[in-house]
Design a protein around this ligand. Structure first.
Ligand code: ATP
Ligand code: MG
Length: 353
């Protein structure tokens, strides 16, 4: 089996955090004899500078051939004034949809060492371990028709369409049920079925699938407004949350803040075969780029997710996650998670530790 990775470091802090993560990848590859190999490509602003477009064909071809893509972050003020259709972020959206990465996995795990960095009281978040499964290539973000039109009276009107077909709902629900089976066995499907027909179909489809194929999973349903509230009231009631593109976008950012810093959060975006793109949840952080102070742990934890979900190397994935716990136990902190009495280290030093 080929085990090829494409690394796209991107812009801003991307190259710094990726260099730290690559160091970890190297060590794990040798230690566990994983047989992984990788090459580098350009995506985002650096690709615009070199090729005039954020997602050059050579990058897309390489991404198609690779088993997994490891991404840093893209974008920055340098490219904010160029034409919208070729901005760095468009490259990111395009590679996600070209690779059909419909399942976005965002774990929100609180490291006990960082309990004081959470926006909630320690007793509410202690032991928090939620997995949000967000549908990434459908829903209102992609639905047609969409646009801004001028009405007969001259007033402008903006409109978007929220659409999900049964097959789209089934395949994302399946991912959630499968993953729940490997952890707490509970899935909460989040919708607004009392108001929106598209989520009424969502709820029905998820319910039917659970009944026919996943009788051992404990399925519950929650309206999105209540879910937003429950996430800050009693987040530990959740194991796996599955939801559509828009609700998932919002709830996963909310869940992120329960864990302390955005610099700690990895993500995976998977297609139907398990091929995936792995990236930290944060952006290119132009305000701290080039200073060597960015937190590389979100990217390092993304490497762990890559080993788990694409390469099925659970032992190596776990070893990385345990190592992150150990450096936190040693009181090493980057600036974003720094607190009194801790030792502040830079990006590369954190990677080496
Ligand atoms: P994007 O639109 O690409 O998501 P953004 O505008 O949401 O970008 P980020 O780039 O994620 O913003 O940065 C938000 C804030 O978090 C900034 O102050 C940044 O310095 C900080 N930040 C982001 N990532 C890290 C990191 N890995 N380590 C430390 N601080 C970070
Ligand atoms: Mg952002």
């Amino acid at each position: 089996m080929s085990k090829q990775i494409l690394i796209l470091a991107g812009d801003g802090i991307g190259p710094e955090i990726m260099s730290a993560a690559e160091h970890v990848l190297n060590v794990v590859n040798e230690k566990f004899n994983l047989g992984l190999s990788w090459e580098h490509g350009l995506l985002g602003g650096c690709a615009i500078d070199a090729h005039g477009v954020p997602l050059p064909d050579v990058t897309l071809d390489a991404a198609r051939k690779a088993d997994a893509v490891l991404l840093g972050a893209v974008g920055g003020p340098k490219w904010d004034t160029i034409e919208r259709s070729i901005r760095p972020e468009r490259g990111l959206l395009k590679i996600r949809s070209e690779l059909n990465l419909f399942a976005n996995l965002r774990p929100a795990i609180l490291y006990p060492q960082l309990a004081d960095a959470s926006s909630l009281k320690p007793e509410i978040v202690a032991g928090l371990d939620i997995l949000i499964v967000r549908e990434l290539t459908g829903g209102i973000y992609f639905g047609q028709p969409r646009g801004i039109r001028t009405l007969e009276n001259g007033e402008k009107q903006g409109y978007n369409t929220d659409v999900y077909s049964e097959s789209e709902i089934k395949r994302i629900a399946k991912v959630a049920f499968e993953l729940a089976g490997l952890r707490g066995g509970k899935v909460c499907s989040v919708d607004k079925a009392n108001v929106l027909e598209v989520t009424e179909l969502w709820k029905q489809t998820v319910t039917d699938l659970a009944a026919s194929e996943y009788p051992n999973i404990q399925l519950s349903h929650m309206y999105v407004d209540n879910a937003a509230m429950q996430l800050v009231r009693a987040p530990k009631q959740f194991d796996v949350i599955v939801t559509g593109n828009l609700f998932g976008d919002i709830l996963s950012d909310e869940a992120a803040m329960l864990t302390g810093s955005i610099g700690m959060l990895p993500s995976a975006s998977l297609d139907e075969s398990g091929k995936g793109m792995y990236e930290p949840c944060h952006g290119s952080a132009p305000d701290i780029a080039g200073k060597g102070i960015a937190n590389p742990l979100a990217t390092i934890l993304s490497v762990a997710m890559m080993l788990r979900y694409t390469f099925r190397e659970e032992t190596a994935a776990k070893a990385i996650e345990d190592a992150v716990g150990k450096v936190l136990d040693q009181d090493l902190r980057t600036g974003d998670i720094m607190s009194e009495g801790m030792t502040q280290v830079g990006t590369q030093a954190m990677g080496e530790a």
